[in-house]
Design a protein. Structure first.
Lengths: 179, 214
């Protein structure tokens, strides 16, 4: 999946801007923006280019994609759970990700850490449970798992192509540690 | 304190997709989510398909692109209702973007709504928008290694259109491997071979698509 990162403009020199990405400084091209941003504005950066100017509200509301949007959903769910149980902070969130979900745990963690500021999850850690792709063979009736690839083409036991995939697409929150 | 929750991370999207699906069912419109990489020929296949089916089906289109209205203009030239969504950087359409533009389409008068997703072989497969089927276009020029490199979209799709078959004599793509790997990932997949340039295979494909709405 893709990740576009919200970044603050520090200075501008012609078509290049110096940006702050959660503490890291980086130069990006602002050629693709329709208007020159002001110092202090937030822009969305993807692959070395500022691709869009965004409001500070949207930085916190999740107008951008992709692992970022998943991270925001996680923070939203954590916030709702916290409110329902009248607690104030989340220590950790355990997330179950299937190998075939298309989500990169590192990117999701990066986005989560970048977006959790000023929320109940500000100090929360993400804990991952990675689920391999697995299924049941209709020919030999055995269960199998694939550890190296996000797909299965034939049953590893008998070679049959008649099988049912039963796991590997998970993308869910399993539990929250709250106090 | 440990709290068990087990909530799908994309639950919010799925909820909105369910709302879209209800609106589509009430309007009696069949919805196709058309996916594929940039340059695979999604818009051209759409043009060909509309031309082939226009006399039989009332078709509407939602065009998803990061920027620009080029695709919507091409579809609009065929005199059918079209709405352009610009995602402004996002790499796929989600259920909310679709729900926001539905009021701009005469849904009740349509038989079929085709949603052309943002050109991308990865993310669009992950987001339901309330469609009846997902399908994809893969041009033979993209290479026969693509099904196994991007398995999710092949697995999620009901139909795969292999486009640009007129280029086969000039490239090294093994179309049999392309088809076989796709079918290995998804044995139920319907595979069509077409050339939008020459028109080869378009009739068979369009016939199948029209058959879904009955």
């Amino acid at each position: 999946m893709c990740l576009a990162v919200p970044s603050r403009v520090i200075s501008i020199d012609n078509e290049t801007a110096l940006i702050d990405v959660y503490g890291a400084r980086k130069e990006v091209s602002i050629k693709l923006l329709s208007e020159t941003p002001n110092i202090g504005d937030y822009v969305l950066v993807h692959a070395g280019f500022a691709i869009q100017k965004i409001s500070i509200e949207s930085v916190h509301s999740g107008m951008f994609m992709h692992e970022s949007s998943l991270a925001i959903n996680i923070i939203d769910i954590a916030q709702t759970q916290c409110r329902d149980r009248s607690c104030t902070a989340v220590d950790s969130v355990t997330v179950r990700l299937g190998k075939a979900s298309g989500v990169l745990p590192e990117s999701l963690e990066f986005a989560f850490n970048a977006l959790k500021e000023n929320t109940v999850a500000a100090k929360a850690k993400l804990i991952f449970e990675i689920v391999p792709v697995g299924g049941t063979c209709r020919t030999c009736n055995k269960e199998f798992e694939a550890y190296d690839k996000p797909y299965v083409l034939s049953c590893p036991h008998c070679g049959s192509t008649e099988f049912e995939i039963t796991k590997g697409r998970e993308m869910e929150i399993v539990s929250l540690d709250i106090n | 304190m440990k709290v068990k929750v087990v909530t799908r991370i994309l639950e919010a999207n799925d909820r909105i997709a369910e709302g879209n699906r209800k609106r589509f069912q009430e309007a009696g419109v069949y919805v196709v989510n058309l996916m594929g990489a940039p340059g695979a020929g999604k818009t051209t296949l759409l043009e060909r398909t509309i031309q082939a089916l226009k006399s039989r089906l009332k078709i509407g289109v939602i065009e998803g692109d990061i920027v620009g209205t080029d695709d919507a203009e091409r579809i609009s030239a065929l005199d059918i209702p079209v709405v352009q969504i610009n995602t402004g950087g996002a790499c796929h359409l989600d259920a909310n973007m679709i729900s926001e533009v539905l009021a701009e389409l005469p849904l009740k008068t349509l038989d079929m709504l085709i949603i052309e997703n943002v050109g991308n072989l990865v993310c669009p497969a992950e987001f339901n928008v309330g469609e009846d089927i997902k399908m994809m276009v893969l041009s033979v020029a993209e290479g026969h290694d693509k099904p196994l490199k991007y398995p999710l979209m092949f697995r999620e799709s009901k139909a795969l259109v292999l486009n640009k078959t007129d280029l086969l004599p000039y490239i090294k793509t093994d179309i049999n491997k392309m088809r076989n790997d796709s079918l290995a990932l998804n044995p139920q997949l319907k595979v069509f071979e077409v050339s939008c340039s020459t028109g080869a295979g378009i009739d068979i494909w369009a016939q199948w698509l029209a058959g879904l709405k009955s």
